[in-house]
Design a protein around this ligand. Structure first.
Ligand code: NDP
Length: 253
């Protein structure tokens, strides 16, 4: 028995046209899952699909805005009708907005809360309602080291990622009885477009190397093991856990 085999499972990954979502989709496909990639920009989504399909993976796309309740309902309905029941959901779509809190605009607050928290509630609920009668399912929410710790200039992001951690525990608590495992991954610092400003900032990279026990940025491929574990039978009695993949940041001062 291969505890990590995802053959025959269908995985929906939100925000999967690039960055961490794309890497997680790639990882789940490498373990045998069929994949549905979600994001808003259809051109970029199709590029991502074609890249993964070229590796021999079974990949489809579903473009919708994860902050729009009607679009989420229609998007999940279409996936389940046209492709099949979703066995694995990865709530990954998210955004960053860097501004000191005293200057943070209300519109930006509303947008980051909608993108990082409403999305987990909306997509999680729409998929969870379908998993419950089936008596099985895996949901992975992407938090952050900011689920635990703040940094200057990103207070609202920190609030949203703290909320993702607690929503993960709440979802796990409500749905474990239905055979659904809900867990989270807390990535440290990875070189993606979301972090482009930090990657370009040599002083930040120097600080990060000193602050991280592993002494470096993470490579998105290093999230593969955590994603496959939490999506597979290997985690059948793991509920409401946040698995930090951060080179030791949350382990140290
Ligand atoms: P990117 O900015 O590289 O990618 C974000 C993805 O989300 C894109 O595919 C984007 O596509 C999609 N997206 C954004 N808004 C929406 C929306 N409303 N509806 C549907 N899709 C959306 O981000 P990362 O890969 O860096 O981050 C992914 C997740 O990981 C986020 O939740 C982030 O907070 C978290 N994270 C990232 C870390 C890092 O070091 N990079 C560290 C810790 C956590 P499109 O714009 O076309 O919709």
């Amino acid at each position: 028995m291969n505890l990590f085999d995802l053959s025959g499972r269908l995985a929906l990954v939100t925000g999967a046209s690039k960055g961490i979502g794309y890497a997680v989709a790639d990882a789940l496909a490498s373990a045998g899952a069929r994949i549905v990639l979600n994001a808003r920009d259809e051109t970029r989504l199709e590029q991502a699909r074609a890249e993964l399909a070229a590796k021999g993976y079974d990949v489809r796309t579903a473009a919708f805005d994860v902050t729009d309740p009607d679009a989420v309902t229609a998007g999940i309905e279409a996936i389940e009708t046209d492709i099949g029941p979703i066995d694995i959901l990865v709530n990954n779509a998210g955004m960053q907005h860097r501004t000191p809190l005293q200057d943070f605009p209300l519109e930006a607050w509303r947008k980051i809360v909608a993108t990082n928290i409403d999305s987990v509630y909306l997509v999680g609920q729409a998929v969870g309602r379908r998993m419950i009668p089936r008596g099985r399912g895996k949901i992975i929410n992407i938090g952050s080291v900011q689920s635990e710790m703040a940094r200057p200039g990103i207070a609202p992001y920190t609030a949203t990622k703290g909320a993702v951690k607690m929503l993960t525990k709440g979802m796990a608590t409500d749905w474990a009885r239905y055979g659904i495992q809900v867990n989270g991954i807390g990535p440290g610092y990875f070189k993606t477009e979301l972090n482009a400003a930090l990657v370009a900032d040599e002083a930040f990279s120097g600080w990060l190397a000193n602050r991280t026990p592993a002494g470096r940025w993470g490579d998105v491929q290093e999230l593969a093991g955590a994603a496959i574990f939490l999506a597979s039978d290997a985690s059948s009695f793991v509920n409401g856990h946040i698995l930090y993949v951060d080179g030791g940041i949350t382990a140290s001062l």
